[in-house]
Design a protein around this ligand. Sequence first.
Ligand SMILES: Cc1cc2nc3c(=O)[nH]c(=O)nc-3n(C[C@H](O)[C@H](O)[C@H](O)COP(=O)(O)O)c2cc1C
Length: 280
Amino acid sequence: MLDFEVQKESCTLCGECAADCPARIIAMGDDGYPFIAPEKEASCYKCQHCLAICPTGSISILGLDPAGSIALTGVTGGYPDPVALETLIKGRRSVRRYKNENLDPALFQHLLDVAWHAPTGVNSRQVRFTVLDSKEKMAQFRDDVMAGLGKMVKESTLPAGMEYYTNFVKIWEKHHVDLLFRDAPHLLVASAPKCVASPVQDCLIALSYFELFAQSNGVGTVWNGLVYKVINDLLPLNRQRLGIPDDHVIGYAMVFGKPDVHFVRTVQHTPALIHRALNE
Ligand SMILES: Cc1cc2nc3c(=O)[nH]c(=O)nc-3n(C[C@H](O)[C@H](O)[C@H](O)COP(=O)(O)O)c2cc1C
């Protein structure tokens, strides 16, 4: 049941809800008001565009009260101004030096809650955030991973092409320098069920949103291919240990925490690679 409800006192019959419905299941009835025929309910994306677009807040779906949404008002709809967003995109850096501190739990939760709003294919909304929420858990996990890799190095069982992990293990064993997790206090692994339309893409988009929002909150992040490969390929027992379901595909891993580094300017990348197709 979608619980699609229209407040007839305030509905202006503008038809925006019907016009924007991606599944095109909202119709304007003989009485002029929008409705969803029961046999069409199964096709709903649950995207809530009808609730989001109604100029008078007259539509409720899935039991949601439009008053619970953030209002998008003013010329920019309350979005950050483009210069600020550009600075964030250009100023965001991979952080590889972290303070030995846990993030404030409320901020930790908030970062994940906001990243959860990232789009997913067919609005499947199945991305699962597996996290290590304390530096103590992270230290324990890192010790296990390093021990597992150390065993592979000793027994020469690192697969071909992955021998470069040997150096990471040696540097860890000799100097306690952590080139894998970069001494970050927290780990985030995004995974999604294999059966959804675009599991890997959904995870990567969620992580991208997480990264930008985290950095705008003064939280450092780095995408972590080395840890991803450990969990996904080299030491799959660690995947189980993290409780990532067997029917999930891992999108990627990221580590994060309070930065112990401060960048004072953006980098300067070469011009974008743009191919204007169909130019005769
Ligand atoms: C898919 C992906 C995987 C990455 N894996 C690692 C990694 O395992 N360890 C690391 O230190 N940095 C990793 N990085 C960070 C890149 O090295 C970094 O983005 C690049 O050097 C540019 O630096 P910037 O992010 O500060 O602009 C990864 C980045 C991406 C996008």
